[in-house]
Design a protein around this ligand. Structure first.
Ligand code: UD1
Ligand code: UDP
Length: 382
């Protein structure tokens, strides 16, 4: 008898990381997959759905310009409620730590539908950093019946919170499955600027920033550091695909309009973005997913945050937490761009987050949960 699985997600990173799992579940005859997108992100979600040729069965279409956390959550819960009542799936899959994740899990709990949490167990233990993601993922952890922890460390975090170890599987992160499917050294950019960019003779920094706790002064500090770097290094080019949040777009325009070394571009599709990352010298970001991808491509990352829930690559040396202090960002970037030994030390490719087989392990764990596979899958080990 086919089991019905519903996936609920809504932002760009969730879609990227769920895509390989969705493709695999669609092919699996044991399961009927229903995809419900909240569309917490509209354009940035659609980009990913198109790239991976995924179609939503339900689209809640809830995004509003400059949406608040409460408004966003209220719209998701109201619309998802009806769908869950109609569909009543055997298992609901959510991913990570967004509002779509937590509210998806909460609504499912109200219908007593079992919940599986992909990318479970990441923690900073700081309520406001990242905000509101730390609490979103902790609360989703409380609600989850199955936890797919990407790393051993994530599993340990869950066990420290008294999660039943039988409910935790270490699978690796599906982002590595996704990344391996798109990076190609012969890839040709469609974007005119990227086509022309001289990756051989110029130093290229890839910059992204979007965290809610960085909006305002911290983001201004980050941009000031980038400004100073371009004043110091002539052959530096900074590519900044700007998140669609209007607050970030306004500030970045204001800061960089007259800087010919900083290229503000639209959010890139995942395919060009991953290949841009693979060709850049250094990554400056406050993103979660990029902290996992860049190390596996051997790219040093400066994390523009005071905390990280991804300590594995910090320990391996590829990722350095610099916060949002202008001087610190400037000095560390300068060091990496000018000190060859330091660069080499930080540019070793490391893969603490996965081996490209996370989806395979997750599906085995789901089979095990439903009893179609008697064997518990082996944990991912580095
Ligand atoms: C959300 C997640 C965050 C995740 C990030 C990934 C929450 C609370 N935050 O943050 O965990 O790291 O996505 O990028 O779940 N917008 C558009 N079009 C889009 C996307 C966004 O116009 O395709 C604009 C809208 O004005 C929207 C605003 O950006 O109101 C903010 O989007 P929102 O999803 O609330 O927050 P993010 O900062 O993107
Ligand atoms: N990404 C993308 N295009 C961009 C910027 C990022 O495809 O212009 C991808 C990136 O490779 C990663 C994911 O989006 O897989 C990260 O999303 P984001 O930084 O928005 O969210 P976070 O990971 O911080 O939740």
């Amino acid at each position: 008898m086919q089991k019905k699985i519903m996936a609920v997600f809504g932002t760009r990173p969730e879609a990227i990381k769920m895509a390989p799992l969705m493709k695999s579940l669609q092919k699996n005859k044991n399961y009927k997959l229903i995809i419900t997108v909240t569309a917490q992100h509209r354009e940035m979600l659609d980009q990913v759905m198109d790239l991976f040729q995924l179609e939503a069965d339900y689209d809640l279409d809830i995004m509003k310009d400059r949406q608040t956390l409460s408004g966003l959550s209220a719209r998701i819960i109201t619309k998802l409620d009806e769908i869950l009542a109609d569909e009543s799936p055997d298992l609901l899959l959510v991913h990570g730590d967004t509002s779509s994740t937590f509210i998806g899990a909460l609504t499912s709990f109200y219908h007593q539908i079992k919940i599986a949490h992909v990318e479970a167990g990441l923690r900073t233990h700081n309520k406001y950093s990242p905000f509101p993601e730390e609490i979103n993922r902790q609360l989703t952890g409380v609600l989850a019946d199955l936890n797919f922890a990407p790393t051993k460390r994530a599993k340990e975090n869950l066990l420290l919170e008294n999660t039943n170890p039988k409910k935790v599987f270490v699978t690796g992160n599906t982002v590595i499955d996704a990344l391996l499917s798109v990076v190609d050294e012969n890839y040709k950019f469609e974007n005119r600027l990227l086509q022309k960019l001289d990756f051989k003779n110029k130093k290229v920094i890839l910059l992204t920033t979007h965290r809610r706790e960085n909006l305002g002064e911290p983001m201004e500090n980050i941009f000031t550091a980038v400004q100073q770097l371009t004043e110091e290094i002539n052959d530096l080019e900074v590519v900044f695909p700007v998140h669609l949040n209007p607050v970030i777009r306004e500030l970045s325009k204001k800061m960089f309009t007259n800087n010919s070394q900083v290229h503000l571009i639209e959010p890139l599709d995942y395919l060009p973005f991953a290949n841009l990352m693979a060709r850049s010298e250094l990554v400056l970001t406050d993103s979660g997913g990029i902290q996992e991808e860049a190390p596996s491509l051997g790219k040093p990352v400066l994390v523009l945050r005071d905390t990280t829930e991804r300590p594995e690559a910090v320990e391996a040396g590829t990722v350095l937490k610099v916060g949002t202090n202008t001087q610190k960002i400037y000095q560390q970037s300068l060091k990496l761009l000018t000190d060859t030994e330091e660069y080499k030390k930080r540019a070793a490719a490391v893969n603490p987050y996965g081996d490209g087989r996370a989806v395979e392990r997750i599906i085995k764990a789901i089979d095990f949960y439903f009893g179609t596979n008697k064997l518990r899958p082996d944990d991912f080990e580095v």
